[in-house]
Ligand binder design. Structure first.
Ligand code: HEC
Length: 154
């Protein structure tokens, strides 16, 4: 009898839990849009680093135009979400997109790495993965893309 009661209680709890989750269910498209918008803002946020730079300082106009770091040309973002994980030259090893983001936070921006469960990391990744780079701008990184393809084939 005790076991039946306990089982019933458990069932009620589980069922209650599910309906609670359902009440809170969000619109996935809307959530992604919100993350993208927050990521875009973070892209211009100097407080991620400690030297007055934001992502925009090097990845021009939100990464939609070619930027510069000293003499080095930085191509606009293109197919970033499909490319990673791949070899990231600046760090000299294979990295995921999140790791590349944190590499840029900690190295050129001298900031503190974002924790894996920090929403800002997902927001930045959402922005970078889905930002619309005009075709003409993408062309500028075509050679680089080809190079990456070759790397994959070898
Ligand atoms: C001081 C300059 C500088 C700053 C500031 C900077 N980056 Fe970078 N970032 C680079 C350079 C250089 C590369 C390498 C470009 C290459 O591989 O040709 C790079 C590469 C990347 C890539 C890989 C792009 C690709 O197409 O493979 C991502 C993603 C990225 N950065 C995100 C960020 C984010 C997010 C921020 C802000 C938190 C940021 N970066 C800030 C210089 C910078």
């Amino acid at each position: 009898m005790k076991r039946t009661v306990a089982l019933l209680c458990l069932l009620v709890l589980v069922a209650g839990g599910f309906s609670f989750a359902e009440d809170k269910e969000a619109d996935p498209k809307h959530e992604l849009k919100q993350a993208f918008a927050r990521g875009k803002e973070l892209f211009a946020d100097e407080s991620l680093g400690t030297n007055g730079m934001s992502c925009n300082s090097c990845h021009a106009e939100g990464g939609t135009k070619a930027g510069k770091m000293g003499d080095m040309e930085i191509p606009p973002f293109a197919h970033v979400s499909k490319k990673y994980p791949m070899y990231f030259k600046m760090a000299g090893k294979v990295m995921t997109l999140d790791q590349v983001i944190n590499f840029c936070v900690t190295t050129p921006m001298a900031g503190t790495a974002l924790a894996w469960d920090d929403q800002r990391l997902a927001d930045l990744a959402a922005y970078i993965a889905w930002v619309n780079v005009p075709k003409g701008e993408k062309g500028k990184s075509a050679e680089k893309e080809k190079g990456q393809e070759k790397q994959k084939d070898e």
